[in-house]
Design a binder for this molecule. Sequence first.
Ligand SMILES: [Zn+2]
Ligand SMILES: [Zn+2]
Length: 381
Amino acid sequence: MHADRASRPPINWYGAVVLAVTPLLAMILIPLYAWANDFTTAAWVSFVVLSILNGMSITGGYHRLWAHRAYEAHWSVKVFFMLFGTMALQNSILVWASGHRTHHRHIDDDDKDPYSAGRGFWFSHIGWMLRQYESGKDDFRNAPDLLNDPIVMFQHRYYVPLAVVMNLGVPALIGYLAGDMAGVLLLGGLLRLVWSHHTTFFINSLAHMWGTRPYTDENSARDNPVLALFTYGEGYHNYHHIFQYDYRNGIRWYQFDPTKWLIFSLSVLGLARNLKRCPEFAIEKARLTMQFKQAEAKLARKTAGHAQLEAWKQRLAQESEHFAQVMQEWSALKEAWYAEKKQQLLQKWEEASFRTRFQEIEYRLKMQRKRLRLLTAQVPA
Ligand SMILES: [Zn+2]
Ligand SMILES: [Zn+2]
């Protein structure tokens, strides 16, 4: 026990004080104030608006723009994300995005992933910031692009004064203008900060523990529509970990991903461009691979001698063969397309014909996914 304690890394005082003191202050000051005063509508509005601005600056800016370069943004958008991302008090873009790239690269590796979910809920949620763990050491070798980004480097250099101005100055100014200084400081300042912290932290903790894995089971990341609701769309984390360069996390139109809608709207306004989407084929392939795994696992649990077992197995084998065949066709088509492209032989009509053939293959995969779902549903659990 004693040796264990001695071998623990030293406390990260900056992180520990901020992360321990702010929720404590919120729990004491806000009920005390509410006991004697009513919070004004302005104070509540400041909480909601600033929470959204902070949250989306982290998801749309820190995460999808800077950490993953899923799109390019106009400088004015970058300055906005930089300022309101600073307000969220989650360290500079450089530190955050570099650490996040490490998380993706070494996901679930307890020695290298800075917030590996394998080390438990507490560690991945908040514990990783409380001590100077080896896995959490800054290493900006994975972020040469950010080291060359003047907005990122300006924020990194002046992080502390910027953070103070954004966290105290801005709410104080809003409070002064709204005529409720204390209320806005408490709700738009303090409560907003604690709320923004923990909703973001849930992506590192809960989104690696609770939910489904429709795209891959090779890492702990989960898709979870409930988490997406209060993380501005980041709950579709299983998709995100396999297709991290996609500007979307919830790829279906009905999946709640306001960050995706924001980025798309910015592109319509001419403030964002080069929005990256992963090819539909790769997405379908990943989903089918997972469906096969699930169907096989379900059949493997059935006892031999079950009346339908052989028939199910046979159909699954047929589907599997069909899948392999479609994959082969796709590779051949891709090769032909590359060869033509290399010789610059492609006419416009030929491009279109290739595109149609690719779409046909994607459609066949989609149909197969439906068949496979029906087949798996027939097998009782
Ligand atoms: Zn993750
Ligand atoms: Zn990410």
